[in-house]
Design a protein around this ligand. Structure first.
Ligand code: ATP
Ligand code: MG
Length: 200
């Protein structure tokens, strides 16, 4: 299957070219009813900021939301945050194109999921100026043009305000409902079941 290039001109042909394969089974019906209802009831200019511990289901919920919105006729795009920074940096080599080639489709798309925001920087460290600028450009543009953005992170808004800055935190709060996804690490649970480990 040809990977969707995320160009503004072509509407995305099939959600399977956007959403990572592991999350293809995700459906709103698999989520807690309150979360599914929240996703269904979001205004067109508002997404979710899902935060919480690893393996609790943030990416799964974002995939379910993106599939649901694709079904309702919205174009969708999916972008892990650190991969975005790598993609933008890769344009700096000779012949690597322009930063705008990467950022513009993500600014324009109806619905954007940005995964794992701020997850590679320790709690007591600062994101780089490059990381801050890239995120601010993207968030600012989407906010100004009332486009729906879903974010996932292991960190709270307060932690991100510290790692990035309060301007980022302020924009996330305007663009997204903030929802904590609590719960056990489903990956660890799966491994324990495989190994036959009983919880104490
Ligand atoms: N509601 C669900 N129903 C079935 N499987 C689920 C559900 N939520 C999560 N999973 C599965 O549990 C695993 C962990 O979920 P997921 O990757 O969404 O966690 P996460 O919160 O995004 O973790 P991380 O913070 O490490 O990115 C995945 O294999 C996912 O498919
Ligand atoms: Mg995840």
């Amino acid at each position: 299957m040809e990977k969707y290039a995320g160009t503004v001109e072509d509407s995305c042909p099939d959600w399977r070219t956007i959403i990572p394969e592991r999350y293809w089974p995700a459906e709103l019906a698999h989520l807690p009813e309150s979360l599914a209802e929240r996703i269904r009831g979001l205004p067109d200019d508002r997404g979710l900021f899902l935060w919480g511990p690893q393996g609790a289901g943030k990416t799964y919920a974002n995939a379910a939301a993106a599939k649901h919105l694709w079904g309702a006729g919205f174009d969708i795009a999916w972008q892990p945050f650190e991969e975005l920074l790598l993609r933008v940096r890769s344009t700096y080599r000779p012949g690597g194109g322009s930063e705008l080639d990467i950022l513009e489709p993500l600014c324009q798309v109806d619905v954007l999921c940005i995964e794992d925001v701020g997850c590679t920087v320790a709690y007591d460290r600062q994101e780089t100026d490059f990381s801050l600028r890239t995120f601010l450009v993207l968030l600012d543009h989407r906010l100004a043009h009332c486009r729906k953005t879903f974010l996932s992170s292991n960190k709270s808004i307060e932690d991100l305000a510290h790692n990035f800055d309060t301007r980022i935190a302020s924009r996330i709060c305007e663009a997204c409902d903030v929802v904590r996804i609590a719960g056990r690490d489903r990956r660890a649970d799966r491994l324990k079941r495989k190994l036959g480990v009983q919880d104490e």
